[in-house]
Design a protein around this ligand. Structure first.
Ligand SMILES: Nc1ncnc2c1ncn2[C@@H]1O[C@H](COP(=O)(O)OP(=O)(O)OP(=O)(O)O)[C@@H](O)[C@H]1O
Ligand SMILES: [Mg+2]
Length: 478
């Protein structure tokens, strides 16, 4: 037997409940590989997050175990019970879990520990308790996979709900483009007939030339036509109808709305007669109206298609498909893309206010995941608003952090609920409505992946979630 004062004796080991089933050989092996260590009152034994190199068993003294919870050190347990253990408790799982201390241990009084190097402890568990080892492995790894899978599922659910909204958004411009195209086809066919009629009227080449010039000018005016209020448009139409009546143009009321929409007024119409002659006025006018009409339709198609590609762009920005997972992003692009995805889900009674600090520098981050964060916060805010109120999305800078705030004027988070909102599966929503994962996932993305922070301030009528993201790239893995 060893007499080295740093080595535990077999007799000492035998008194520990952890080792009660071990035989003499096993105890001797442990005595040989372990060491006794005393820590002074107040000193740290190991620290959460550091590589877990040792397994500790308390022999004597009082210790405090604590965990960091959102920046605060929270004591989990304080004990003097001989035989309690901590440290590299998952060493036998090897690289299946990250081998870091999951909590911190401090000596409250002078305390003595049996210390086993992590590999020694792992070896002992694996060789002496193979079956228990397999069971534990299944439990840990299985649980972690479940959590990951639940997270992925949540992500898909959110995307599903939002893509339904997007489909709805796409329908309007797509329908508008299809309708405008059908009308345009009719108009172009009618113009071909008109052309035949103009040819029959044997306009001389100079007149035809002037007509084409007027046509070019009309096209330019359509492009620059201001959009008038209903009242202003109707006034302008009345004026045109009067002018057309005075000039013996039949059914002037039919032409006036198109001419007004195209930005043509009485002064412009007055240029037609001198150019083509009184006898050709009506035909020329109808021909020009067709031109305006087709231009307007093409502009409508252009706008609709522009809206469609804008939406598709936002969806792409939102999903970050085909993009590198980690990149430097303009956070406003991400916020806007997310809000586009929400457009159909924002009730008419909710006012959306964007207060962006456009001078903010770009942010290094995982764009698709950050979109998840805004999605969850906006979804919660809309849930809290329940149909009316104000949703504010704000960006500000706070020293080295970019801050995104999502605020709502809803009822607020009750005092007794607040400590639990970031817990997985915590929800106050009816069964089937909330999974309670929104904030848990957001917290993990912001705090673990981006080394930032999420804070919340809430009073009735004003709830603000603040997401702080470091503007400088952390050295960590992510
Ligand atoms: N803006 C808010 N106003 C009031 N309460 C909120 C707000 N945001 C979150 N909460 C509270 O926090 C709880 C947890 O939110 P979390 O997003 O994690 O889950 P959930 O919204 O209930 O469900 P899920 O997001 O999975 O659909 C909510 O059930 C709600 O009680
Ligand atoms: Mg939620």
């Amino acid at each position: 037997m060893t007499t080295d004062p740093d080595r535990p004796t077999i007799a000492q080991l035998r008194t520990l409940f952890l080792f009660e089933s071990l035989d003499a050989d096993q105890l001797a092996w442990l005595a040989e590989h372990g060491r006794m260590e005393t820590r002074a009152a107040g000193s740290s034994v190991y620290t959460e997050g550091d590589p877990a190199t040792c397994f500790y068993v308390l022999m004597d003294g009082t210790v405090s175990m604590s965990r960091r919870v959102r920046g605060d050190e929270v004591e989990v347990v304080r004990t003097s019970q001989r035989g309690v253990y901590g440290g590299a408790t998952q060493a036998y799982l090897d690289e299946q879990v990250s081998q870091l201390y999951l909590n911190s241990l401090r000596a409250i009084s002078d305390a003595t520990f049996l210390v086993l190097p992590a590999e020694t402890f792992a070896y002992a568990v694996r060789t002496w308790f193979p079956m228990a080892m397999h069971l534990l492995e299944g439990l840990f790894v299985g649980m972690r996979d479940t959590q990951t899978r639940v997270g992925e599922r949540e992500r898909l659910l959110a995307l599903g709900a939002l893509s339904a909204g997007l489909t709805h958004e796409l329908n309007n411009p797509a329908g508008a483009a299809v309708r405008a195209t059908a009308v345009l086809r009719e108009r172009v066919a009618a113009m071909r007939h008109k052309l035949a009629m103009i040819a029959d009227s044997r306009l001389d080449a100079r007149v035809l030339h002037r007509l084409v010039e007027l046509q070019e000018d009309a096209v330019k005016r359509v492009a620059a036509a201001p959009s008038l209020s209903a009242l202003a448009a109707s006034d302008a139409e009345d004026e045109l109808v009067d002018w057309l009546d005075e000039h013996d143009v039949t059914a002037g009321w039919d032409l006036a709305p198109t001419l007004v929409a195209g930005g043509l007024d009485v002064a412009w119409l007055a240029r037609i007669e001198p150019a083509v002659g009184r006898e050709n006025l009506e035909n020329a006018l109808r021909w020009l109206t067709y031109t305006v009409d087709t231009e307007l339709l093409m502009r409508e198609i252009d706008e609709a298609v522009g809206r469609i590609s804008g939406l598709v762009g936002a969806a792409k920005q939102y999903s970050q498909l085909d993009r590198a997972p980690h990149q430097v992003v303009d956070v406003h692009d991400l916020l806007d893309a997310t809000l586009v995805m929400f457009k159909a889900k924002i009730p008419s009674g909710v006012r959306l206010v964007r207060e962006y600090d456009r001078t903010l520098p770009p942010l290094p981050g995982y764009a698709a995941e950050l979109n998840q964060v805004w999605t969850n916060l906006v979804d919660n805010a809309l849930g809290a608003l329940g149909g009316s109120g104000t949703l504010t999305v704000r960006t500000v800078r706070d020293s080295d952090f970019l801050v995104v705030e999502v605020a709502d004027t809803g009822p607020g988070i009750p005092e007794h609920v607040r400590p639990r909102i970031f817990e997985p599966f915590f929800t106050t929503k009816p069964v089937g409505e909330g999974t309670g994962l929104g904030l848990d996932i957001s917290y993990r993305i912001v705090v673990h992946k981006h080394h930032g922070d999420i804070r919340v301030e809430s009073v009735p009528g004003s709830t603000t979630f603040r997401v702080l993201l470091p503007l400088t790239e952390p050295t960590a893995d992510g």
